[in-house]
Design a protein. Sequence first.
Length: 510
Amino acid sequence: MNKTTNRPRDGALNSPWQKSLSIPVQKPSGDMSEGVLDCLVIGGGITGLTAALLVQNAGKKTMIAEAYCIGFGTTGGTSAHINTFADTSFAETENAFGQEGAQLFANAIRDGSALIKTNIADYQTDCDYESKTGYLYAENQEEVKQLAEIYKGARKVGVAVQYVSEVPTPVPFQQALAFAGQAQFHPLKYLHGLQKAYLAAGGIIVENTRIDQVITEDQVHIAGNIRAKKVIWATHMPPNINVLNFECAPYRSYVMAVKLKSGQYPDALIYDSQEPYHYVRSHVIDGQQLLVAGGLDHKTGHEDPEKAFDDLEKYIRKYYNLSSIKYRWSSQYYIPVDGLPYIGQLPLAADGVYCATGYNGNGMMLGSVAGKILSSLVLGEKNKYAELFSPSRIKPIDGFSEFVKENADVAYHFVADRLTIHETDSVKLLRPGTGKVVGVEGKKIAAYRDDDGIIHALSAVCTHAACIVNWNSEEKSWDCPCHGARYDWSGKVLTGPATRDLQPIQPDQH
């Protein structure tokens, strides 16, 4: 019998999505080593569930293998916006990929949004789906110019947008755009709907089943004791060292859900144009309406998460009459060097091993359309977006310059982080519940003191590409500033591309 429990996620902070929802824990049934699957999907987020459901509904035999539990990763920490526009503007896409590429990108975003709505209707999923108008505003002349480019680019690809003089925001602005047909939802309730439909169609889900590598023999892909004709890495970033590590930069984004004294909440999705940006919307969570505000994104492992939350709270208090903070959490995503996601055949892997990554901040739409593209590839069908999003595409010149910049940053942290750790640092200075990278007898130690005062010491060298991890004081995790691998306080891998835990070290407890 399935056990029901609240969903954990890849950080110490609770998002409102997993805390207010219980989903049955899936246990494997039968002998997984018997027979050959048509497709093994590794990862149980929106990409994995969408792809697996589509392939299963096509009459194939599939399985989802999830290292932790359904919705554990970024889907469980998303801010849950559904847009017809993207963080990479259509004007930027046209500059890099031409008008045809921009139009295809707009169509893909639209198809991803439409698929979510269709699935909700088809599977009768109650997931707080609400249509909203989206507003994007400019506060200075430079942002006004950016807004004009966004407007022109959106109009060229048929995205409904217009200039407006009113926005439901207390922030003073100079100009604003309104996008009709945006939406919001509860991401894990939606994922639960996909999960139920997938199981009803005969699909198999195994949780707490980590797969780190796939071996190919005689055109059959082998993962542990699971054999499959095709494999999809739906893990946000494929594991181990691969070319996509160098074409995507990991970022963390911060969110708060707060109660307002006024009781007046915006009935819209509202975004500013700052860098880093802010957004606000409202959502009824456990019967209570809350303001959901977020942004202040930065590269993973590079800046202070505590300061990011402090700055976000200051921003909210500046413009809203805040009563109390109900939730605060952060999440990770990957920015592709040329602006578009990588979806398709994993470069340098055996034929029939697919992946999807680089969604920028638009994972709900792009994860959904990725599910369609990946299912088409598994089924041997043509997909109109496959070439544009191919992980093996040739990078535009603009993308190459971003590639050089991001990887120069990786090289910097590989060297500089080793030089900034001093022998004078000591684990003895750690307070309970805190961690720090310190130098001890020439070794780089990731040290954490638990609430009982016991020191847990680990090698600070990331097991993925040997960069030095940093302590995330808010999510209680060790985060790699190079490629975004994350480990919990005990060194256990939370999210890839690392596949091995941080090495434990026996410290001097005196």
